[in-house]
Design a protein around this ligand. Structure first.
Ligand SMILES: C[S@@+](CC[C@H](N)C(=O)[O-])C[C@H]1O[C@@H](n2cnc3c(N)ncnc32)[C@H](O)[C@@H]1O
Length: 258
C-alpha cells in the first residue's frame, strides 16, 4: 500500500529526507514526506470496516466540494462547535479529547495512514460519535474545505520539528500557514500549539505574535508560554520529551475579532 509516513520525529523514526522528495509540481514545500507503510492486520481490518464510516480523503472532499467549502453538519449529523486537530499521529490525544468533550465535534487531519487506522480503532472501542478523520494535507484542507470563520479551535500538538536548519522550511508553523489557520477560526476561536523543540517553540511564538488576527492569551505569563493545560493528555511522545529533558511549551492564541 502506498502511503505517507510521519517524518522528522526526534527519535529518528523518519527516513532521511532529500530535497528531491518535494514533487516538482508542488510549489509549496510540504511539512511531510511520502513513504511506503504497511498496516498491521488489526489496522487493516479497522481500515476496511470503518474508514468508509468515519474517514474521508482530503482530495476527495476537495473534488466533491467543487466550488466551495463543505458543511461539517452534513457529516456529523448535527451543528456543534468544531475543533480541528492537525497531525493527530497515533490519535491518543485526539480520542481522549473527543471523549472528554461530547458537546464538541472533532476533525483530525493526518497523513500517516497507520495512525489514522489506530485512531479508527480508538473511535470504535470508545464508541465516539463526535470524531471524523481526514487523510491528507492539512494545508489543502484549510484552503479548500474549511470555511472561513468556521472553527472553534485548531490544535497542533508536537508538529514534526524538522530539526536540521536546512529543513526548517518544511516546518508547518510559518507565517502564511498561521494566517490561513487564523482565517478559518470563528470569532474567539483558539489556536493551540505544543512542542518540545525549543527553537520551534520560539518560532511558533514569533510567527503567531506577528499575525494581526491573533492575540496571545498568555502574553502576561513568563515568555508568553501558556501553562500546560491539565486537560491535554500526556502522550508517550511527550513523556519521552520530558525524560530526555526537553521542556514542553504550550502556546494558546485567540482570534482578535472575538
Ligand atoms: C511528530 S507527529 C505528532 C503526532 C501527535 N500530534 C502527537 O502529539 O503524538 C506530527 C504528525 O503530523 C503529521 N503531519 C505533518 N504534516 C502534516 C500535514 N501537512 N497535514 C496533516 N498531517 C501532517 C505527520 O504525519 C505526523 O504524524
Amino acid at each position: 500500500m502506498h502511503s505517507i509516513r510521519r517524518c522528522a520525529a526526534p527519535e529518528g523514526r523518519c527516513a532521511p529526507v532529500s530535497e528531491t522528495a518535494t514533487p516538482a509540481t508542488h510549489r509549496r514545500i510540504p511539512s511531510f514526506v511520502h513513504h511506503r507503510t504497511r498496516l498491521t492486520d488489526g489496522q487493516q481490518h479497522a481500515w476496511t470496516q470503518w474508514w468508509p464510516v468515519y474517514g474521508r480523503d482530503v482530495a476527495d472532499v476537495v473534488t466533491e466540494a467543487g466550488s466551495g467549502p463543505v458543511d461539517p453538519a452534513d457529516w456529523f449529523g448535527r451543528t456543534a462547535p468544531l475543533v480541528l486537530e492537525i497531525g493527530s499521529g497515533m490519535g491518543e490525544s485526539t480520542a481522549a479529547l473527543a471523549a472528554a468533550a461530547p458537546e464538541t465535534d472533532h476533525l483530525a487531519v493526518e497523513i500517516y495512514e497507520p495512525g489514522l487506522a489506530q485512531l479508527l480503532m480508538r473511535i470504535t472501542d470508545a464508541g465516539l460519535s463526535n470524531l471524523r478523520l481526514l487523510r491528507g494535507d492539512a494545508v489543502d484542507l484549510l484552503k479548500e474545505v474549511i470555511a472561513p470563520g468556521s472553527l472553534a479551535g485548531i490544535r497542533i500538538f508536537f508538529p514534526d520539528p524538522w530539526p536540521k536548519r536546512k529543513h526548517h522550511k518544511r516546518r508547518l508553523v510559518q507565517p502564511e500557514f498561521v494566517a490561513l489557520a487564523a482565517s478559518r477560526l470563528a470569532p474567539g476561536g483558539t489556536l493551540h500549539l505544543a512542542t518540545d523543540w525549543a527553537d520551534y517553540a520560539t518560532q511558533m511564538r514569533t510567527v503567531c505574535d506577528a499575525e494581526p488576527a491573533l492575540r496571545n492569551t498568555s502574553a502576561d505569563e513568563p515568555g508568553g508560554w501558556t501553562p500546560r493545560p491539565v486537560w491535554r493528555p500526556l502522550t508517550k511522545f511527550e513523556q519521552r520529551a520530558v525524560v530526555e529533558g526537553r521542556p514542553v511549551r504550550d502556546l494558546l492564541y485567540q482570534t482578535r475579532h472575538g
